[in-house]
Each structure stands twice: as C-alpha cells, then as structure tokens.
Ligand binder design. Structure first.
Ligand SMILES: Nc1ncnc2c1ncn2[C@@H]1O[C@H](COP(=O)(O)OP(=O)(O)OP(=O)(O)O)[C@@H](O)[C@H]1O
Length: 622
C-alpha cells in the first residue's frame, strides 16, 4: 500500500484508466462501435508514443512515421500469404522490418536536421508508396493484398483485436517510460535542447539518434502487422498515406510532446475528433480540413500541448517554496573533504614534461576570414594556462577546434599523446577533455541535478541503458554541486538559475566527465565579484586535485592572479607566451591587447620580452 502511495499521481491515474479499458469489453460486450473507436485510439496512441521517442524526446520531427505502419502491414501480409500463416503470428516481424529500415534510413537522414529532416521523412513515405505500387511481384501493386478473415467466431467481433492493440499500447508506454529513465533518454533530451553541447559532454549523438529512430519504428511496425489482419486488405495508397503521419504528429502535439502520457491522451482526443468528423462532417475528406485547422490551433494556442500546459497551470497555483541559497557559506565548512570525495575518480595528469595538449599549425577559415591562422599552443599537465587576446582574435574558435565542435582546415591537435583532430566530440570528451561555454549552455528544461549527471564517460551500450541517475553518480553530483555552492538547487530547473549560478553548474557538469583538461571560456563573464572569488577558489582546488585548465578570459587581474603561463592571441595566432609577470610588461602584448592602462610609467621602446614569440618573424623566442 505504501508503495502504491509513493507512485506519482499520473501513474495511478493511468493505472485506473487501464483497468477501465480492460474491463470495458467485459462489461459492454455488445457495443462494437465504441470498441472499434477505442481500438483505433489504441493504434494511434501506439504510433504517437513511439513517434514521441525520436521526435518528442530527441527533437527530430518526422512527418513520415506512418511509413513504419505500412511496412509492418506489408511484411505481415506478404509473409502470411507466402507462408500460409496467420498474420498475427508474424506481426512482430513487421516490427523487425520497420526497425531494420529505420536503422538504414536513419544512418543517412539523421545527418540532416530541422526542415531538411522533416522534408526527407515525407519523401521517404512517398518513396515507400511508389515502391509498394511498382514492386508488383511482392506487393501485388495497386491491387493490394487481401488477407483471410479472423480465425475466431463472429461472436467475438473485434474484441481480440481490442486486447492485442491495448497490450501493444501498454508495452509501448512501458518501453517509452523505461527509455526516458535511462542515460539514453536523458541523452535524447540533451540532443533536443542542444545537440552540440550534448556531443561535447560525451553523448554519442549519431548512435543515440539512430537507436531512437529504430526504437520509435519497432512498435509501430508490429502494430502494422496486426492492423493488416484487422483490415484484411492493404494497398499502397492506404498504407502509406501522408494523413496517417500528420495524425500522429497532431496527436502528440495536442497531448504534449516529450511527455510520457501526452501522446496517449492526444491520440484519444484526435481519434475522437476524427470519428466525429467522419460521422457528422461528411466523410473522410472532411478530416483533412479539420486536422489542418486543428493543427494550426494547437500550434498557436497550445504550443506545449495539453499535459505540459496543465502542469504549468498547476505549478503556478501551487508554487513550491525554494530555499534561499547562501553561496557565501558554501565553501566555508570544511570543503576539503568534499573535494577529496568528488575528485576521487579524477585521473592524475602525468609528468609535467610531456604536453597534455598540443596544437600544431592549426587554421580555420570562415569564407574570406581566417579566424585561426596556423596556431601553435602547448598546455602542460598540472598548469592553469590562460589564453587571452582581443575580441575576435580566434580564441573561442580554437576552443571549438580542440573540442571538436568544428573541424580544422589544416594542422594537428594532440591530446595526451593521441592525435584527436579527426575524432568526434564525444570521443574527445571520453578521453578527458571537457569544456564550458562563453554563454552558458545548460539544458534549461532539465533540473540542475539532471544537468550534472548528463555527461557520459564512455560509449558503451551498458552505460547508455543504465539509469540516468544512480547511486554513486548521484553522490558525486551532489558533492560537485556542494563544491560550487549549489547543492540545495539540485531539483530546480536549470533555466531558473542566475547566469553566474549557471556558470558554476556548468563547471560541476563538466567535472562529471572526470576530465584531465578543462577548457573554460570566459568563466568570469557576468559573474558577480563574490561568486568570482568562489569560482577562483574552486578552480584552484580542482587544479590541486589534478585537473589541468586552459582558460580564455578578459578579466586580466583574475588571469594574472590565477594563471601561469599566459598565452596571448592576436589575429588567430599566439604572439606571446610566458609567466604573468612578464606578459603584463611585454610591449607587444601592451600594443596588441592590454593597452595603455597596463603600460608602466616610463615605457621603453617596443621590444620583445624573453618569453615572447616574435610577432614579426612568427618564431618562438625562448
Ligand atoms: N561560425 C562562424 N562563422 C563565421 N565567422 C565566425 C564563426 N565563428 C567565429 N567567427 C569569426 O571568427 C573570428 C574569431 O571569432 P572568435 O569567437 O573565435 O573570437 P574570440 O577571440 O573568441 O572573441 P571574443 O573574445 O570576443 O569572444 C571573428 O571575426 C568571428 O566573427
């Protein structure tokens, strides 16, 4: 009983609804019409819940998902004819066909995104229709395939179909709920919110998208096999109709994209509207018009769907009190113990002579603009290296090249003795290369804790399908949040944090990767002075714990206090490098970046300091 009470209210309501649906044919066995309407509602809900995996969780909108229902129908229909078996027994093979086709198509089309992806999915649906029409030896073309009538007696009507579709719907919702609880589900949401950022924290975005596409196809394909038997007739136009795909999208958008129960609720509503429009609105043709208007109304007035809108309304009426977080006290109570725990799994940084990161002659052009121009850079293990320079000198672009957000036009990048410039961003993350962004890129719809546990340390399937938040990891996330003074905000949505707090959470997040090198892009930007002190202290502590830093920063006093060595960038390449004391007096640096405010009273004629790289010659002067 206590376990039942601990269940979220939504699961309890879903359980009661399920019980009612299971009992309905028993209580009302002689009502074939409402049973038929419900049955089609189950079928649409299976499709909407499945579509939700790739398009709701993952954010890739497919407008051709009805194709998988057609593929399942044809697979079961063709096999039933050829093997002389009942289509019900081979319906799961419809799911397998849909899954295999989804993997093949997904490997290609998921390279595109946005409008391009939507258009390609429609094209795929139409291509399937044309293939089914023309591949007559297999599909019997536009004549279609006629299947045997159900093997059970007429007294049973469509009740067996009712239970098969209801069973498939329950399986689909359970599957979707399980996926959402795993690292895979969290990774999909991360991809939806910010794909580039997801890749930089170790999410193998290519694999995640293909698996999500395939997972979203399987149940629809299986249901398609059963649907073929229910209809006893399939043809290309009916099986691959665009209206079917639009209905799936409309159902999910109506109920709430990205939620567990929203697609199911939306499917029942849309199915009811569809039935009513057929009965009272002049037949099937009127559906196109009604669906078009409904889609427009949903997008305009319910952009988030019914369920999220109702949840937001409820939260507004019943606000949860958030405790004020006194960050100033966060580090005062014996922080070392927490640091030790949080850093326990962070690997050491090796000997100080071998560079941890080496950039060799790297260039990047944007059209006519050379943002990075044959740059060389060395970061030694255990250092806090600064990269400073004027606005637009190419520092962030260099960060993007190092972490894989962009690929270089030429040059080599080595990390810990391995060449990494051809590696995908997540592989670089798995090696221990982490970064934060100039403008924070947290996943705003996730909680702070979900953000911190989002990084993936490797690409193993086991990791991918493990719980999104589990014991040891949750402890480490809590420790890291305590370190940055935000432990009490763990359950708040990340979007509700101040900008400075988001910077600190992003640092905690990148620490979950157990990085050996962290690239911080303007960590002090927009952070208030008291938080800044905390940030500096955290960086120092992490550095003492074995983490190397490369920091881009315009706050020069902070750089001079925190970093050694300092590399100065100008026009896409380093012009000087050395300890802070020398850099701040270097005439080349004063001319190119620091300016007169930093110039000593009696400045001698411009000449290079001992640590400078000769700006005119491009040679390194040691
Ligand atoms: N994706 C892009 N497309 C076109 N141009 C770009 C792109 N990214 C950067 N640039 C250009 O490359 C140059 C270097 O930009 P970058 O952001 O690397 O400089 P930065 O040194 O980090 O500047 P800041 O200190 O202002 O952040 C700029 O002129 C910028 O406009």
């Amino acid at each position: 009983m206590r376990r039942l009470r601990a269940l979220p209210r939504s699961h309890l309501v879903a359980g009661v609804c399920l019980l009612a649906l299971v009992l309905y044919p028993v209580v009302n066995p002689w009502k074939p019409y409402p049973q038929g309407v419900l049955l089609l509602g189950f079928l649409l809900a299976i499709q909407a819940s499945s579509w939700n995996i790739i398009s709701g969780y993952g954010g890739y909108t497919s407008l051709g998902h009805g194709m998988f229902l057609g593929l399942g129908s044809y697979t079961a229909g063709i096999l039933a004819l050829r093997w002389g078996v009942n289509p019900l027994w081979v319906a799961p093979l419809g799911g397998v066909t849909a899954l295999v086709i989804a993997v093949l198509i997904g490997s290609v089309v998921l390279r595109t995104r946005g409008h391009a992806f939507v258009i390609i999915t429609i094209a795929m649906l139409l291509a399937a229709q044309i293939l089914a029409s023309n591949f007559k030896s297999l599909t019997q073309g536009s004549d279609g395939i006629t299947l045997a009538l159900p093997f059970w007696g007429r007294d049973f009507q469509n009740i067996p179909f009712y239970y098969v579709f209801l069973g498939l719907l329950v399986l689909t919702v359970l599957f979707s709920a399980w996926l959402r609880r795993t690292k895979f589900g969290a990774g999909l949401v991360a991809i939806r919110e910010d794909e580039g950022k997801a890749a930089s924290i170790g999410v193998n975005t290519t694999r995640f998208k293909i698996v999500a596409y395939a997972a979203s196809a399987f149940m629809i394909g299986t249901a398609g096999g059963v649907y073929a038997y229910y209809l006893t007739f399939i043809n290309p136009v009916g099986s691959f109709a665009i209206l079917g795909s639009v209905t799936i999208v409309l159902a999910t958008l109506t109920g709430g994209r990205g939620t567990l129960y929203g697609p199911v609720i939306g499917a029942f509503i849309v199915n009811l509207v569809s039935e009513e429009s057929t009965v009272y609105g002049g037949g099937t043709q009127s559906r196109v018009l009604i669906f078009g208007v409904a889609l427009m109304l949903v997008v305009l007035f319910l952009p988030r769907g019914l369920l999220p809108t109702a949840e937001a309304w409820w939260r507004k009426r019943h606000p949860v009190e958030v405790e004020y977080t006194d960050q100033a006290g966060a580090l005062s109570g014996g922080p070392m113990k927490t640091y030790e725990r949080a850093l326990a799994a962070t690997p050491g940084t090796g000997d100080g002579d071998t560079p941890l990161l080496e950039v060799r002659g790297v260039s990047k052009r944007f059209g006519g603009l050379t943002a990075v121009d044959g740059a060389d850079l060395v970061v030694r293990p255990g250092t806090i290296t600064a990269l400073i320079g004027p606005n637009g000198s190419g520092k962030t672009t260099l960060f993007n090249l190092i972490t894989g957000g962009m690929s270089a036009d030429s040059g080599e990048i080595w990390f810990d003795g391995r060449r990494i410039d051809a590696m995908r961003p997540w592989s670089r993350g798995h090696l221990g290369l982490g970064r934060t962004y100039q403008v924070t890129r947290l996943f705003k719809e996730m909680t702070v804790q979900q953000n911190v546990v989002a990084p993936l340390p490797d690409s193993r399937w086991r990791t991918m399908f493990s719980d999104a938040v589990h014991g040891h990891e949750a402890d480490r996330a809590r420790d890291l949040l305590d370190i940055v003074g935000l432990g009490r905000m763990a359950d708040q949505p990340a979007g509700a944090l101040s900008y400075g707090q988001q910077k600190l959470v992003e640092l905690a997040q990148v620490m979950m990767l157990q990085p050996r090198l962290i690239l911080l892009d303007e960590p002090a930007g927009g952070v208030n002075p008291s938080l800044l002190g905390r940030l500096t202290e955290v960086i120092r502590e992490l550095n003492r714990g074995g983490v190397t830093f490369l920091i881009v920063e315009h706050n020069i006093p902070l750089v001079l206090e925190l970093c050694d060595p300092v590399v100065v960038f100008s026009r896409g390449a380093p012009i000087a490098e050395g300890p802070p004391a020398l850099i701040q007096q270097d005439p080349i640096v004063l001319d190119a970046y620091l300016g007169d405010d930093w110039r000593p009273a009696a400045e001698p004629a411009a000449q290079s300091s001992p640590g400078s790289r000769g700006a005119a010659t491009g040679e390194v002067v040691q």
